[in-house]
Design a protein around this ligand. Structure first.
Ligand code: SAH
Length: 374
């Protein structure tokens, strides 16, 4: 594999010499938790009891763990349930059914997550890195560069915290559950592969080993890191894959998604197609509609042709995202009639197309707006 282009601020590995986030139950497999309990001088089954508190009861206050002896409780909580993050601010929109939380991690890094409640589902949009190294010029997170990868537990904790708020009836609409998780907050999930897979396993492992969610309800969104997309197809966890394409031609995509100079439109789409073949899951092509940049009729036709060149229909659908302008950006959203024409042309080619509902714009919680300014 050749080196990535030197002009790209790519960081695939953890910078050396940094302190790691504290080890947490949600970083570990059930077997590893058990081994750790034994290491702490406790019976192995205590790990499962603790998992039950964290993943099933959604409790992390030791006082509520009355099935554990006080001494064991202290050792377990210290060894396996350290505080990972503190909420600095929560902002609400849509009458409280959209909630964005700004989190401070153990080392001061800031990340955001967003809870969106709909009549039939609750979606949590989570961050996988503090910042992002992919440098897409229209994305707020991309402007600040990468601070660091998040741990699996830091990723999971965002979902657990939303699940807890829902279970306790803190979100309007009565008690509820998280049904969907989208890796569309800050960061490039495929550049933090190991922790993201760990987090997905914790989300999908049956209760009380994990949150017991369906893999179908989980969407991993990527700029198109092809080797990682290929690897994801082999994991045996059929999450939904979303590819952030944003342009059907390399000339424009090189500008909008700079990693395209490393893996082209064709390579990224082929990896998405391969994912669909292996997992039997329909993949999603994300396309942020930017006025006079990527919204021309000919680009809709070209996108349709690129996707159709993979033959049998049903493997893909296009999700158009109205661009959320970020401060200082020269780009803005497409005109409604232009967007309608884009949809019409894609559908004329036989490509199922939806337009993303953009919640939380007024709290800077919409796609690509998460910048964690404190
Ligand atoms: N790094 C991953 C996931 C994070 S962003 C990825 O790029 O897929 C989730 C989606 O929001 C991506 O499709 C991204 O391109 C899009 N996005 C980023 N900034 C945006 C903006 N200002 N308006 C609309 N969508 C945006």
């Amino acid at each position: 594999m050749s080196e990535p282009s030197r002009t790209l601020p790519l960081v695939f590995d953890e910078p050396r010499g940094r302190r790691k986030p504290p080890r947490h139950l949600a970083d570990l497999s059930p077997a590893e938790r058990k081994a750790l309990a034994v290491e702490l001088g406790l019976p192995g089954f205590r790990a499962r009891q603790l998992s039950n508190h964290y993943f099933a009861r959604l409790v992390d206050d030791p006082a509520e763990m009355t099935d554990l002896r006080a001494a064991d409780r202290a050792a377990l909580v210290e060894g396996l349930l350290p505080e990972l993050m503190t909420p600095l601010r929560t902002m609400e929109a849509d009458r409280g059914t959209t909630r964005k939380t700004l989190w401070r991690l153990f080392d001061g890094a800031l990340v955001e997550s967003v809870l969106m409640r709909y009549p039939d589902r609750v979606t949590m949009c989570v961050s996988s890195q503090a910042g992002c190294g992919m440098a897409c010029p229209f994305c707020a997170t991309g402007q600040g560069g990468l601070q660091r990868n998040m741990s699996a537990a830091e990723i999971v904790q965002q979902v657990v915290s939303g699940a807890r708020a829902l279970a306790r009836g803190e979100v309007p609409g009565g008690p509820g559950r998280v049904s969907n998780v989208v890796f569309m907050g800050m960061g490039e999930p495929m550049a933090n592969y190991k922790a993201v897979i760990g987090a997905v396993r914790r989300l999908t492992d049956p209760v009380p080993d994990g949150l017991g969610m369906s893999a179908r309800g989980i969407t991993v969104s990527t700029v198109g890191l092809v080797p990682r997309m290929q690897q994801l197809a082999t994991e045996g966890i059929p999450v939904t894959l979303a590819l952030s394409l944003h342009a059907p031609d390399d000339e424009l995509r090189n500008e909008l998604v700079p990693i395209n100079t490393r893996w082209s439109v064709r390579e990224a789409v082929e990896a998405a197609w391969n994912y669909a073949q292996v997992t039997k899951r329909r993949v999603s092509i994300e396309y942020a509609m930017m006025r006079d940049i990527n919204d021309q009729g000919w680009r809709a036709d070209l996108l349709g042709d690129v996707l159709r060149s993979y033959g049998a229909w049903g493997w893909v659908h296009v999700n158009l995202i109205p661009l959320n302008p970020t401060p200082g950006s020269k780009w803005t959203a497409s005109r409604p009639e232009v967007e309608r024409e884009f949809v019409r042309r894609l559908e004329a080619k036989g490509v199922p197309t939806t337009v993303r509902d953009t919640r939380g714009q007024d709290i800077d919680g919409a796609c690509g707006q998460l910048a964690a300014n404190g």
